[in-house]
Structures are given as C-alpha cells and as structure tokens.
Design a protein around this ligand. Structure first.
Ligand code: GCU
Length: 390
C-alpha cells in the first residue's frame, strides 16, 4: 500500500502532466489574449471591424492550433426519412428517423438522426440537437429506455423538437480507430495536415450536416436550432456553433478543458493531460501547447466570442472540479466585450453564482449544478428556460 502511495507521489513529482491543481491559491497569474486586438496589434472597436478583421483571424487561430480545419464541400447529400404516428410518446410527438448520407469522390458516410417533433405544433418549431457522446440507449427512439441525458418527453412538452445523432457515425471515439469514419472516407487529406481535423472536428462537421437536413424539414424552424453537447460533446457544440453560424444558440454542458473553461488557469484538467489521454480529439499542432498554455494565441473565451451575438449557455457541476467551474464562468465573462460590439449589455454578474443558482440572461446562461459530471433534467429545464422566448 505504502509503495503504491510512494509511486504516485513520485509520478506527480517527476511528471507534471499528472499533477492537476485543485487549489485556487495555486492558479498562476495569467493574462488572457486580447480578443479585441488583432495579431498585428490593431484595436477592434466596432462590430464591423470584428466581423471583417478579427473574427476570421480568431476562427483561423482555433482551426490551426486546436480543432483543425473544417471542410465544408461535399458532392451531394441524401435524406432517407421514415416517419410514424407517434405511438412512442402516446401521440404527443411524431418520430422522424432520418438517414443522412453525405457523398464525396465516390465514398459516403451515413449519419442516423433521431427526431421527435411535438404533434400539436401549428408552425415550425425550434429544435435542440444533441451531439451524443454517450451510449445510444440515451436517445432511444422507441422510448422503452428513457434517460435524463436526453429527456425527450420533457423537451417536447415544452414545445420544442428534440434531435440527436451519435458521434460514432462520424468518428469512433478511440485513438486507434477515429480516422475510419468521415476522415478516411471523405476527407483523407485532412489526416496529413498538422492543422487537419480530428474526432471533435468530425463530430462538429456532423452537426452541420444535420443542420443541412433541418433546412429542408418544414416542421423545423431552422433559424432556431440549438446545438447541445455534454463534456467532449460540449467541446464539440462550441466548435460547431463557432464554425457554423446557422446554429442559433449553443449549450455547452460541463465541457471543461478545451471546451468552455479557460486554459491559462491551469486548474483541473490541463492541455498536456487531455492530449495524452485523447490524442485523437484535437489537431497535431495542439500538442505543442502541452504545459505551455500561455504560448497559445487564444484562450477559450475567444471561442465563445466567435458565437456572438448568439446565445450561449454553459454549465458545470459542483463536484466536477476537473472541468473548472470558475474558469468556465470567467471565460463567458471575458467574451462579453465582443457581445458588447453588437450592442449587448453585460448580463453576467462579476463573480460566479453559487451552486444551483442559474443566471439566465438573453445571451448568456450559466449554472453550477449540485452534483457530479453529467447532464440531467435540472440542466435541461434551465436550457428550456433560457431559450423559451426564442
Ligand atoms: C474526460 C476528459 C474530459 C471530458 C470528459 C467527458 O474526463 O478528460 O476532457 O470532457 O472525459 O467527455 O466526459
């Protein structure tokens, strides 16, 4: 027993990547990159200059240094729809299952979309789209299994449609096989580039193809699609919303490192650790920032800023220090100056709110739920409140 303890102490001493900090007093002093200053030092003072000069620059920095390129061209896309009478929810919603096949250079990828649309709806409805990184049973179309992770009944009863696809349709979440989906089939050239997309990029790409489908579905208000993700899925929902401005809003649940939490705080999970455990998530260039957070030309507040002026809801859970609740709140707060360029007044309090005290504004939502790393009906109830007057 003692030997094991000694081994861990040694490991922590010799290998800083394993020493994660949970002590606020040990958060180093840091300065965030100025989201409103271009790389060449030009101050950005208007929406127009942000849109024209700085936003494209910031997007490219995230692409080159973290998430990889996002290819948008493909040859064709086909939708195979099956619709039923809604027996799964006793008539409260109609179930649509859509096979979305995307073709490029003779090869294809199939994304399976599950979608429930409230049957009472008189006009096209807004939809929550979950990027599902957990088991497929969480989004069971038959509703034999029900899960708080995707509480379809609750969402439908609130007047929204709810949809989901599984990340494995795009890229298996595995360092040895992640390339066997979209990457090898549609965009093999991406695998050769240091700024090429990897699994998280492929999942976000999938969300955009679902968006392509929504634009053809008369039951859905495609101007009101809220992209949702938990944890690694929440890192993806941010990247999807940053890249694809058709998403009207973003929910990033417990997304932590390389999601909504500031990297420079070096609190909880760090870049070196995420790259070691999940080398298939981010591009090759990102590995250069292991233990070098301050060398990054961006921090995560800038990813949120790319979503401006659209609404963003970020969450944490009180026991999930790994995902740095305070660093998540601070990232949202540090994105506010970009929203201000669009005439949006700061909505967030100076300090992070207490546990189970949601802050729900027009553009920003935040809460730190009591409990573990998860996405629950408490979280969803707040997402619904946030997007209600949509
Ligand atoms: C790991 C990983 C996190 C990630 C989480 C998840 O804990 O370190 O970065 O968010 O898995 O996806 O559940």
């Amino acid at each position: 027993m003692k030997r094991i303890a000694l081994f861990y102490i040694l490991l922590i001493t010799v290998c800083p990547a394993f020493a994660q900090n949970y002590d606020e007093s040990k958060v180093p002093h840091y300065t965030l990159p100025d989201v409103l200053k271009t790389t060449s030092g030009k101050a950005i003072k208007s929406e127009e200059k942000w849109e024209k000069l700085r936003r494209p620059e910031v997007l490219k920095l995230f692409e080159d240094h973290i998430y990889g390129q996002m290819p948008t061209e493909y040859d064709s896309i086909r939708y195979a729809l099956t619709e039923d009478d809604g027996a799964e929810m006793n008539g409260r919603a109609v179930l649509k299952q859509v096979g979305i096949t995307v073709f490029r250079k003779g090869k294809s990828v199939l994304i399976n979309l599950v979608l429930f649309v409230p049957s009472q709806a008189k006009k096209p409805v807004p939809v929550f789209l979950l990027i599902n990184n957990r088991g497929k049973e969480n989004t069971d179309p038959t509703r034999a299994k029900k899960s708080e992770f995707w509480p379809a009944e609750m969402v439908v009863d609130s007047g929204f449609a709810i949809a989901a696809f599984h990340v494995s349709d795009l890229a298996p979440d595995n360092k040895d096989t992640y390339a066997t989906g979209v990457l090898q089939k549609l965009y093999p050239e991406q695998l050769k580039k240091d700024n090429g997309m990897k699994a998280i990029g492929a999942w976000a790409w999938g969300a955009s193809r679902v968006m392509d489908y929504f634009q053809t579905d008369k039951d859905i208000d495609s101007k009101k699609v809220i992209v949702v993700g938990h944890s690694r899925g929440g890192k993806t929902s941010l990247w999807a919303a940053a890249q694809d401005r058709r998403f009207a809003a973003c929910v990033t649940n417990c997304s932590g490192n390389t999601g909504a939490a500031l990297a420079r705080r070096q609190y909880g999970e760090r870049i070196s650790r995420i790259n070691a455990s999940f080398p298939h998530w981010f591009n090759n260039n990102y590995k250069k920032y292991n233990d070098k957070e301050n060398a990054l030309p961006v921090d995560q507040h800038m990813l949120i800023a790319l979503i401006a002026p659209r609404p963003v809801y970020a969450t944490n859970a009180s026991k999930d220090l790994w995902a740095d609740p305070k660093g998540t709140f601070l990232a949202l707060k540090a994105a506010e100056p970009v929203y201000a360029l669009y005439g949006i007044k700061p909505e967030l309090p100076k300090d992070a709110p207490g546990i189970d005290k949601p802050v729900i504004g027009h553009r920003f939502g935040y809460h730190n739920r009591e409990g573990e790393h998860n996405m629950t009906s408490y979280d969803w109830a707040n997402f619904i409140r946030f997007t209600k007057g949509f």
